[in-house]
Design a protein around this ligand. Structure first.
Ligand code: NAD
Ligand SMILES: O=C(O)C(=O)C[C@@H](O)[C@H](O)[C@H](O)COP(=O)(O)O
Ligand code: ZN
Length: 355
């Protein structure tokens, strides 16, 4: 099956199926040259993918996980494209998890001010979130995703077969973004996950496929309505809704020196913002408990071992902040995200200590 993304830079298809990778040669047919950016851990898959193409591509190997999202790796990718003589008739392919596709998308966005890009996510998180919607970029020591661009791919290939080798811990971390979509927009996701968490993380089940499709649909709809994340006001929340759990989550990632999985960090961020929402927006206790049940039930962390005062300054670099004031995505009820403008700071700290 496929989901169409009708964003300001679209439209394009997100193909979700076994064997989706076989679509790549067709997508690459019009390009003079192809570069495949992949992590070291997926070298064998990158070589197999290269073998599918009509002409041998340039393979650009990057570090695993967050170590790929740095300025020095970005420069190395640009140098590789320069050495290959990449022009505007060429194609960049990102093959890997969200860290690889965030980097590769930004390489494509910035090389010659933009060349064609195809995203081939190989993690759950990449398929349900990172590869879709056009946010690309890298981290700085000071904060997560601080440098980047909005740049849509021409297609996304979610080949479910590629998930067979994904470690269970990474599959679970990806589910955190699926659960996020459930809380902000699609209650059926919460039911499906709640009925069987073990089937929900098993990429061979129909339940898993439905969860992926539903999360991609949530993302596609939100991105179509507010591609550049510019339209939120109070209870009318645009793309910023996808940042539910991320203000604290991103601060944890930066504080931990990017050693935490993104999905783990935003699980803590969601457990926290649910309680903040209870105190500041009257979110009902059952919904707060549902966060703990689903995220905790998946084996995701619900707390982080540092004082709130260490995290709070990092949160000020969140892209939703305006001036000195924090802006958080809270929840008034399931499917009802709300912007919390300059929230009461004492509540934020007290709730963090409660976790
Ligand atoms: N652009 C967006 O809209 C968006 C959305 C959500 C998250 N993100 C970003 O995505 C990143 C997290 O992505 P992630 O969770 O995919 O992490 P990741 O890219 O680090 O992948 C997790 C690990 O799995 C390995 N791996 C990848 N595919 C594999 C496979 N098929 N088999 C075996 N191992 C495999 C990777 O090498 C890595 O070690 C974060 O940097 C986050 O900020 C971006
Ligand atoms: O696509 C979006 O918009 C999101 O916010 C999705 C998030 O899950 C994702 O982690 C994103 O990279 C966060 O972006 P940022 O703008 O807060 O850096
Ligand atoms: Zn995220």
């Amino acid at each position: 099956m496929s989901v169409r993304v009708e964003s300001a830079q679209g439209p394009y298809e997100v193909h979700i199926e076994s064997g989706a990778l076989a679509r790549l040669p067709h997508l690459a047919a019009g390009a003079d040259q192809v570069a495949i950016i992949h992590p070291a851990s997926l070298r064998a898959l990158a070589e197999r993918t290269a073998g599918l193409l009509h002409r041998p591509p340039t393979l650009i190997e990057v570090p695993d996980a967050e170590a790929a999202k740095t300025a020095s790796v970005l420069t190395r990718c640009w140098d590789a494209l320069a050495a290959a003589g990449f022009t505007r008739s060429d194609l960049v392919v990102g093959l890997g998890g969200g860290t690889t596709t965030d980097l590769a998308g930004f390489v494509a966005a910035s090389w010659l001010r933009g060349v064609a890009y195809v995203s081939v996510p190989t993690t759950v998180l990449g398929m349900v979130d990172a590869a879709v919607g056009g946010k690309t970029g890298i981290n700085l020591g000071a904060g997560k995703n601080l440098v980047g661009a909005f740049y849509e791919p021409v297609a996304v290939l979610c080949d479910l077969d590629l998930l067979a080798s994904l470690p269970a811990r990474d599959a679970r971390a990806g589910l955190a973004e699926v659960i996020k979509c459930g809380f902000i927009a699609d209650p059926r996701i919460l039911e499906l996950a709640g009925e069987s968490l073990s089937e929900s993380v098993d990429s061979t089940t129909l339940r898993f496929a439905e969860l992926v499709e539903r999360a991609v649909r949530v993302k596609a709809e939100v991105v179509a309505a507010d591609f550049r994340e510019a339209t939120s006001t109070g209870a009318k929340v645009g793309r910023e809704a996808l940042n539910y759990g991320h203000t604290l989550g991103h601060a944890i990632e930066a504080h931990a020196g990017y050693t935490w999985r993104h999905g783990d960090a935003i699980a803590v961020g969601m457990a926290w913002i649910a309680r903040v929402s209870r105190d500041l927006l009257g979110l009902d206790r059952d919904t707060v408990e549902l966060h703990d049940e689903l995220l905790g039930g998946l084996g995701l962390p619900l707390r982080y071992d540092a004082r709130f005062e260490e995290l709070r300054p990092i949160m000020s670099l969140d892209k939703k902040a305006r001036g000195n004031a924090l802006r958080l995505v809270g929840l008034a009820g399931i499917g009802r995200p709300v912007i919390l403008d300059a929230p009461d700071e004492r509540t934020l700290a007290l709730v963090y200590d409660e976790l």
